[in-house]
Design a binder for this molecule. Structure first.
Ligand code: KIV
Length: 271
């Protein structure tokens, strides 16, 4: 696949390439991206996965949660990102209430893939039936366990999940069920590092951690947090890579290298 904007012949990564990285023990780098310029910069420094997260509701739209984000918002931003990258694999979030049934999920995921160039969709929670149905339709799925921002009105606060042994067992069981249902990738958000390491060891699909310790197969951060430009306080598990950088490109490259060398996250950024 070559890139439409630049007409280049750089090969776009496939999920097989990403899985092969886990198999050979190479750390996978991921950042959120919401527009063409950051997409091209992240791509140029070698970030392998670009996640068009519904965090755009907070960092782009200035909302207090991700809940107001619509499927049309996701299509718009994913198109901006996918047009500007050459090599990175593009994952797009299915936003709040865009997957209440497997059929509605498939219809919205199809729009994301056809209208914006997403190569995979991400769903929050243990949605095994929906995952199985999407995979049957040819739609690659990334699961998302641990802290689920779309469930903020249940949980009340954004906090670490899986701290009791019963909660940890449930997350581990859900991770296996999602893999069994056909998910190709799993995001683990805000879970104890030991739990994320165990899940990463037991699953054959790659895990991508955010606030989940260095034992995951890859790492993701919200781009604006790691550049220190998010509104308000950044989460404890994030790191401002602009502190020691001369340019945004340097900061992205420093993040890429730190993840590759297992130097990020440190215990200070883990639970
Ligand atoms: O929406 C998002 O940016 C995400 C990441 C925090 C994993 O889901």
């Amino acid at each position: 696949m070559s890139n439409a904007l630049y007409g280049t012949t750089v090969k776009t990564l496939t999920m097989q390439d990403i899985t092969a990285m886990k198999q050979r023990g190479e750390k996978i780098t991921c950042l959120t991206a919401y527009d063409a310029s950051f997409s091209a910069l992240c791509d140029a420094v070698g970030i392998e996965l670009l996640l068009v997260g519904d965090s755009l509701g907070m960092v782009i739209q200035g909302r207090s949660t991700t809940l107001p984000v619509t499927i049309d918002d996701m299509i718009y931003h994913t198109r901006c990102v996918s047009q500007a990258r050459q090599r990175a694999f593009i994952i797009a979030d299915l936003p709040f209430m865009s997957y209440p049934t497997p059929l509605i999920a498939a219809q919205n995921a199809a729009r994301l893939m056809q209208e914006s160039g997403a190569q995979m969709v991400k769903l929050e929670g243990a949605r095994t039936d929906t995952t199985r149905f999407l995979v049957e339709q040819g739609i690659p799925v990334c699961g998302h366990l641990g802290l689920l921002p779309q469930h903020i009105n249940h949980t009340g606060v954004y906090k670490v999940q899986g701290k009791t042994s019963a909660d940890a067992d449930k997350i581990l069981e859900n991770a296996h069920q999602l893999q069994q249902a056909g998910a190709s990738l799993l995001v683990l958000e805000c879970v104890p590092a030991a739990l994320a390491k165990l899940i990463s060891h037991e699953l054959t699909i790659p895990t991508i951690g955010i606030g989940a310790g260095v034992g995951c197969d890859g790492q993701v951060l919200v781009l604006y947090d790691m550049l220190g430009i998010s509104i308000g306080k950044s989460p404890r598990f994030s790191k401002n890579f602009m502190h020691d950088a001369h340019s945004i490109r340097d900061a992205l490259a420093a993040y890429q290298l730190a993840v590759k060398q297992s130097q990020f996250p440190t215990p200070e950024h883990s639970f």
